[in-house]
Design a protein around this ligand. Sequence first.
Ligand SMILES: Nc1nc2c(c(=O)[nH]1)N[C@H]1C(S)=C(S)[C@@H](COP(=O)(O)O)O[C@H]1N2
Ligand SMILES: [Mo]
Length: 247
Amino acid sequence: MPSSRPPSPEVEPRSPEVERLLARRRFITRAAAGTVLTALGGGLYRIVEDLLCGEALAQTRGDGRLRVPPGQRVLERLKPMGGEEGDPSTASFGLRVHGDVEEPFSLDWTGLLAMPQTTLKSDVHCVTGWSVLDAEWSGVTLRALADRARPSRSARHVIFEGAHGYTANVPLREALGPTVMVAHRLGGKPLAATHGAPVRGVVPDLYFWKSAKWLTGIRFVARDAPGYWERRGYHNHGDPWREERYG
Ligand SMILES: Nc1nc2c(c(=O)[nH]1)N[C@H]1C(S)=C(S)[C@@H](COP(=O)(O)O)O[C@H]1N2
Ligand SMILES: [Mo]
């Protein structure tokens, strides 16, 4: 475990504004609306502000967790976070689904589009402190790829492989969750090069570094293997609700 913090893109210090929003959000989500009025004593306009502007901060998800994980602020759209770009052309696209599977296979662009296509909205959470709600992704679910590849009984993790050796490890159970996918469209448009064109992984319920851009492979493995950021001081798992930011 490194003792110093890893190089950028890293956690930006939270602004006092964010800290204040968080404190209020925690309070509001714990309290019933009626109690908020009395308990805040004199801060009525603040409550209205929270309910209107901070609506998302008080929402909970189907699984009971807060819509916006602790320490996150909501942005309108994804911030391009860089990385060593891969080839964005669809003509040279190739995705290997391999490793600890019964039926390894590769997909070119046509093959990817021939797989069952899914469009779904999910929230993404970057470890640097921003979140985007309801990002609309289109592509193929990891479940569909796994159904075809048939992971062996020994497979326990999925390694998302990006261009130039970028990797991100995800426990198999979570990788097979309904919102995990390889996506080629965002908000109804082809993925931009900066966001990983032509295809990226999307693992919404883990910090966004787990969502490998310029995706070239999905590898099922028995033994876990920390990925690019995980080897540079980030948490091996990366659950935003537990603030699993650093290892
Ligand atoms: N191939 C590759 N994928 C990557 C990265 C990278 O450097 N290379 N960075 C990760 C990080 S740290 C984040 S926060 C997200 C950012 O995605 P975005 O640039 O589309 O916002 O991509 C992730 N996927
Ligand atoms: Mo990141």
